[in-house]
Design a protein around this ligand. Structure first.
Ligand SMILES: [Zn+2]
Length: 167
C-alpha cells in the first residue's frame, strides 16, 4: 500500500498500538513489504516471539530477522459481541493462531475477511496487514482457496510469493 492509499483510508477502528522498539521493529513494520517477520536463531533455527536477546532454546545470541510464510491455523478463538471501543464494531473474532513453521509460534490476533460464524478451530488462515501510521498490524483471513494451501519454499521458513492482500 502506498502512502497515498493509506492516507485515503477512511476512519479505522480503534486499536491499541505498540511502542516500536529496535527489537520489535521487524515484526511491526514487516507488513510494509507484506512480510510477517520474526527473529530466528542462526544456530538451531528457532523462531522467537516475543523478541529476546537470546534464543530461549539454545541461548545463542546469533539471531537474524526472517520472514515466514504467513500461513497459520486457528488454535483458539472467541467472538466478541461487546462494544468495548467506539469504531471497533462487534461482533469480531479474537483468536490465537499457530504459524505453520513452528508449533509454539503463536499470535493473538483478529480473524478478518469472513463471517464470525464461519471461524473454527483448525481453520487454515493467512496473514494480512492493516496499517496504522508506521505500524502494520498482522491479522489473519481464511486461506483463499480453503483446502490445499499454496506451496511455498518448504517448512524452513521460506517466504511465500503468493500471499493474497487484504481487501
Ligand atoms: Zn537457538
Amino acid at each position: 500500500m502506498s502512502d497515498l492509499e493509506a492516507a485515503a483510508t477512511p476512519v479505522q477502528p480503534f486499536r491499541v498500538l505498540p511502542a516500536v522498539l529496535p527489537e520489535t521493529e521487524p515484526f511491526w513494520r514487516g507488513g510494509a513489504e507484506n512480510e510477517l517477520r520474526f527473529w530466528r536463531c542462526d544456530h538451531c533455527g528457532y523462531l522467537i516471539h516475543p523478541p529476546s536477546p537470546r534464543c530461549p532454546r539454545c541461548l545463542s545470541k546469533d539471531l537474524t530477522v526472517s520472514a515466514v510464510s504467513g500461513r497459520a491455523e486457528v488454535f483458539a478463538f472467541t467472538v466478541n459481541h461487546q462494544l468495548w471501543y467506539p469504531t471497533l464494531d462487534p461482533p469480531y473474532v479474537v483468536a490465537i493462531v499457530v504459524l505453520e513453521e513452528q508449533d509454539d509460534l503463536r499470535l493473538t490476533t483478529n480473524i478478518v475477511g469472513c463471517d464470525v460464524d464461519d471461524v473454527f478451530i483448525g481453520m487454515p488462515v493467512e496473514v494480512c496487514f492493516e496499517r496504522y501510521g508506521d505500524v502494520w498490524l498482522p491479522f489473519f483471513a481464511p486461506v483463499a482457496s480453503s483446502g490445499e494451501p499454496t506451496v511455498a519454499e518448504g517448512a524452513s521458513g521460506g517466504r511465500s510469493a503468493t500471499r493474497s492482500a487484504p481487501e
